[in-house]
Design a protein around this ligand. Structure first.
Ligand SMILES: [Zn+2]
Length: 399
């Protein structure tokens, strides 16, 4: 790929040339590469316009200063000029204020906004708009990265390798790996074909977990605090906690480990709600349950094995990809790759200083904790749990 114009989030092109890489550019799994959006500031849009007509465009970003265009296309030969409406804009060039316009795949923007939303939620950060935070991150990396010959526009280090795997197709070009391994970098990372039915098939083929009772009855009378809460109440509380905090809670006490079991319900719910493997957010749990009901002698008890297998298959796919049914795993592999690139960029030290923690505010005397965007944080859950535990203890003492 000779062009210096590529998506800085995934390293992919915005169009595929015929007869290059021995792949068919018309395959449906490659069409996401042609769906482009411009991300910049409103002022950069004014300063980097190459045509004279002052044309207004629809801004899809909720932040007034950041601009996100509607979906557009790009043709090989347009170089770093993108047409939006009748106007032409130069991309990946800074204006006098240091702002720029980034052409990005629509799919990559959606994945990036999810990464940013997840981190903001987990770390209790103020976030006015994920789209705006994405622009600020890219602008910061654009300023931070040294512009060395041969690495033009590669602001997230996509021409490098990670765990012996090329981070993007740019690194393959650099290393001269012409083995057919590039195709997986071009597979649609957003619309994973047959995701839920394939998950169901995988579940059916795996060994079942043991059918132990999900909750082991333990006398609660001799325990206080969280350990003294009935299992049903603990279950309600842990339903609100992210998986890593549930693991920490279980490790803190043998009693809690017994009262909070990691049973099939835990693995199924956490995989389907996207909290276990963050890059898998679109399994339809209701459809999985329906498929299980419709299958005679259905096997649905191997969810922990399914999570383990899914992780392994997505992490270690072969370089030779022939298409067809493999698109499911290859699409997830590509999604995970892009997720990790964005996550790495978003958590780099020089960018962290721009991420602002927020503080919970108490809305009324009933200590209802309300966090920004209405998201209940893990700290909030713990506080609620402690209040419930104290109330339970005092009720036990009274009786
Ligand atoms: Zn991209």
């Amino acid at each position: 790929m000779d062009s210096d114009v590529f998506c800085v989030l995934c390293g992919g092109p915005f169009a595929l040339e015929q007869h290059i890489y021995n792949i068919n550019p018309d395959r449906s799994q490659f069409q996401w590469l042609y769906q482009v959006q411009l991300l910049g500031t409103v002022s950069a849009l004014r300063n980097l316009r190459m045509t004279s007509a002052n044309e207004s465009h629809t801004n899809l970003c909720e932040n007034e200063e950041t601009f996100l265009s509607e979906t557009i296309g790009w043709k090989i030969g347009d170089a770093d000029f993108f047409q939006l409406g009748l106007a032409i804009y130069q991309v990946l060039t800074e204006d006098e204020a240091g702002d720029a316009i980034f052409p990005l795949h629509q799919a990559c923007i959606e994945i990036a906004c999810r990464v940013i939303d997840v981190h903001a939620m987990e770390e209790n950060e103020a976030l006015d708009s994920a789209c705006s935070a994405l622009y600020r991150m890219l602008q910061d990396h654009l300023h931070a990265e040294p512009h060395v010959t041969g690495t033009k526009h590669d602001i997230l280090g996509l021409k490098s390798t990670c765990d012996s795997t090329a981070r993007s197709v740019l690194a393959i070009d650099n290393l001269g790996w012409w083995s057919g391994s590039y195709e997986k970098y071009f597979t649609d990372p957003l619309h994973i074909l047959h995701l839920t039915p394939t998950i169901f098939s995988m579940l059916q083929s795996l060994p079942q977990n043991c059918t132990c009772p999900s909750v082991i009855p333990i006398s609660t009378s001799r325990f206080q605090g969280l350990q003294g809460l009935p299992s049903e109440l603990l279950e309600r509380i842990t339903d609100l906690l992210p998986p890593h905090l549930i693991m920490s809670l279980r490790q803190s006490s043998r009693t809690l480990a017994q009262k909070i079991p990691l049973d099939d319900r835990f693995w199924r719910r956490r995989l389907c709600d996207g909290s276990l493997l963050r890059y898998v957010w679109d399994i339809d749990e209701r459809q999985v349950k329906q498929l299980l009901r419709n299958t005679t002698g259905g096997r649905g008890g191997g969810w922990s094995n399914l999570v383990r297998n899914l992780q392994l298959e997505v992490a270690y796919i072969t370089d030779q990809h022939s298409g067809g049914s493999e698109d499911f795993i290859v699409g997830l592999w590509n999604r995970r790759r892009i997720w990790r690139i964005i996550e790495d960029a978003y958590t780099q030290p020089h960018w962290l200083k721009y991420r602002v923690p927020i503080h919970p505010k108490i809305e009324n005397q009933n200590t209802i904790l309300v966090f920004n965007y209405g998201k209940i944080s893990a700290i909030g859950c713990f506080i609620v749990a402690m209040v419930l535990a104290a109330a339970w203890d005092s009720r036990a003492q009274e009786s």
